[in-house]
Design a protein around this ligand. Sequence first.
Ligand SMILES: C[S@@+](CC[C@H](N)C(=O)[O-])C[C@H]1O[C@@H](n2cnc3c(N)ncnc32)[C@H](O)[C@@H]1O
Length: 210
Amino acid sequence: MTSVQRRAFNDAVTGFWSVAAPLYNIPFLQRWMYQPAQDEVIAVLREHGARRIADIACGTGILADRIQRELDTEAVYGVDMAEGMLKQARSRSSAVKWLTGPAEALPFEDGALDAVVTTSAFHFFDQPAALADFHRVLAPGGVAAVTTFAPQGAWAKLINSAESAAHMPPPEEMRELFSGAGFTVADQHRVKRPDWIQPFADMITVGVKG
Ligand SMILES: C[S@@+](CC[C@H](N)C(=O)[O-])C[C@H]1O[C@@H](n2cnc3c(N)ncnc32)[C@H](O)[C@@H]1O
């Protein structure tokens, strides 16, 4: 994708999510689609004892708010490009710091964070650029946890066609992307979900900055 195409794609994504924001918090959608990945991210953050944490493409702020309430943290940030999503996030929590910005150019100093996480949004990103910026903003030993939709079989071919702008990398490609950005891959596994939704099961990849 050229940079002009990438900008048009990002504008379309931002516009869509700004309009879709009010629908996003519907309980069954949250419970079946988004919560399983968020549960796994919380477990990774707890295991690593991260205290300065940013949730990138935070949407309406459900995960960042949970991180702030459920973990022992020093600072929690939620970052998104879509003002419509951030508007909902701001009304959810005043303890999280909500910031506008793209995943590929994060509003943090080098080495400022212990953990960067993102759920259900990586397919929208310029993936090498986003992972390079995750690596930049992490302190040594910091952790990046990324959940991605990882459709299997025929679904994978259909969704990941050459024409599709939103690319969902298969497991090996995710590991290569992490390594290419300078991370050591510490873990990768499928997110546990109910059987009926398994064809869409997502995957979590965890990388550590050396
Ligand atoms: C499906 S929602 C996921 C929200 C949240 N992470 C969750 O799991 O509930 C996708 C979000 O990604 C955001 N997004 C897409 N591309 C982005 C980018 N390049 N930088 C920052 N945010 C982005 C959209 O604005 C939207 O809020």
